[in-house]
Design a protein around this ligand. Structure first.
Ligand code: PMV
Length: 360
């Protein structure tokens, strides 16, 4: 598939105004994307669990502009509050997607958005936020061309979301999404995420993710900077090859339900992501002392009890504690007793694997 597929050939209708609304979740990568090529194309394939509770709800109000249609015209509100500081990010996004949505300059947009998780939680809202906005824009496109099929709609929304924030293209569907071409995953593409197309063992149904909020501050290093530091990184090539191998391995794990192998792979991926940060030039560390305290506690508890608890990390200090639903009672008790003390203000979020975005 090439980029031409996403260009618009004809619109039958031209609505002059309206409102569209979507909720879209966050996702947590099991095999991580870290390093990109031009146009937000990933250096390696990745796979993620879609989350259920952590999501963005976006309402997009559009109104035909009169007179001049130079530049984009939009206002952004977060929790009803006008947010001019969101402007540059949306402007960049609109510029990147303009050739695929030629109506963007015809309208004035009011983007009203809110997250189910606190803004300053250290949980990135870019995946849920950009996917929700991409879906809203696709809903306008659908009004202009109602013949778009559901699968083309989702695929183009994922394609557009990727141009907003790479990992956003994995947030539209559930429960597992692959992004990035891989020979073992049929239909996989660098251009958009696809629903994981193979059998998944019952062990992974309703998999739990308790997010421990270790540090709710702004990240010292943005993921954009982090991705860029993979250019010329001494271990980049090995890392990208490792991710390709890990996708092959996880395919087998997801089929057989081998939790020990799952734990080893997912934890190694998390630590490799952070190892890439620590070995870039300039180098940086996003983990905090409490991140390591939590990891050590998880390892001791797993050794003592034999329960299949594991962790993963995104580009920050927070810890995602992953475990099967059948062990949830014992593991949640351990989390509350032993791990919550390491969270900033004792804050954590109970989430689990989810099934993707919803039109509201
Ligand atoms: O989508 P971005 O550019 O914010 O990058 C996200 C990178 C990680 O969250 C660290 C890994 C991933 O695959 O989601």
């Amino acid at each position: 598939m090439n980029l031409k597929h996403f260009l618009v050939h004809n619109y039958q209708y031209s609505p002059s105004n309206g409102v569209v609304s979507w909720s879209s979740p966050s996702n947590i990568a099991l095999v991580k994307y870290w390093g990109k090529k031009e146009h937000q194309l990933p250096e390696n394939p990745s796979i993620s669990f879609t989350l259920e509770s952590c999501k963005t709800i976006t309402e997009l109000i559009f109104e035909k502009r009169e007179g001049t249609t130079d530049g984009f015209s939009f206002e952004v509100f977060l929790d009803e509050e006008f947010k001019p500081d969101f402007h540059p990010k949306i402007e960049t996004f609109f510029k990147r997607i303009e050739s695929y949505l030629p109506f963007l300059k015809d309208f004035h947009f009011i983007i009203k958005t809110k997250n189910t998780f606190p803004h300053s939680s250290g949980i990135a809202s870019s995946a849920s936020g950009m996917s929700a906005l991409a879906l809203c824009l696709m809903s306008i496109e659908k009004q202009k061309d109602p013949t778009i099929s559901d699968s083309d709609f989702i695929q183009k929304a994922s394609f557009l979301a990727r141009l907003g924030s790479g990992s956003a293209c994995r947030s539209l569907e559930g429960d597992l999404v692959v992004w990035g071409e891989h020979p073992g995953i049929e239909g996989s593409s660098d251009l958009f995420g696809i629903k994981y197309p193979y059998k998944v063992h019952d062990n992974f149904k309703n998999y739990q993710d308790t997010i421990l909020l270790v540090d709710k501050g702004e990240k010292q290093v943005s993921s954009t900077v982090g991705h860029d530091l993979m250019y010329g990184h001494p271990f980049a090539k090995q890392r990208f090859n490792q991710a390709v191998d890990h996708i092959s391995t996880i395919k087998n794990i997801l089929e057989t339900g081998d939790l020990d192998a799952f734990i080893a792979l997912v934890e190694s991926e998390a630590l490799t992501l952070h190892a890439m940060m620590m070995t870039s030039m300039p180098y940086f560390i996003l983990m905090k002392p409490n991140t390591l305290e939590i990891i050590n506690k998880i390892w001791s508890f797993r050794q003592d009890t034999g329960l299949p608890i594991s962790f993963t990390l995104d580009a920050g200090a927070n810890v995602h504690v992953l475990y099967p639903e059948k062990d949830a009672v014992k593991i949640l008790e351990f989390i509350k007793l032993e791990l919550v003390a390491y969270c900033q203000n004792g804050h954590y979020i109970c989430d689990k694997i989810g099934f993707g975005a919803k039109q509201l």
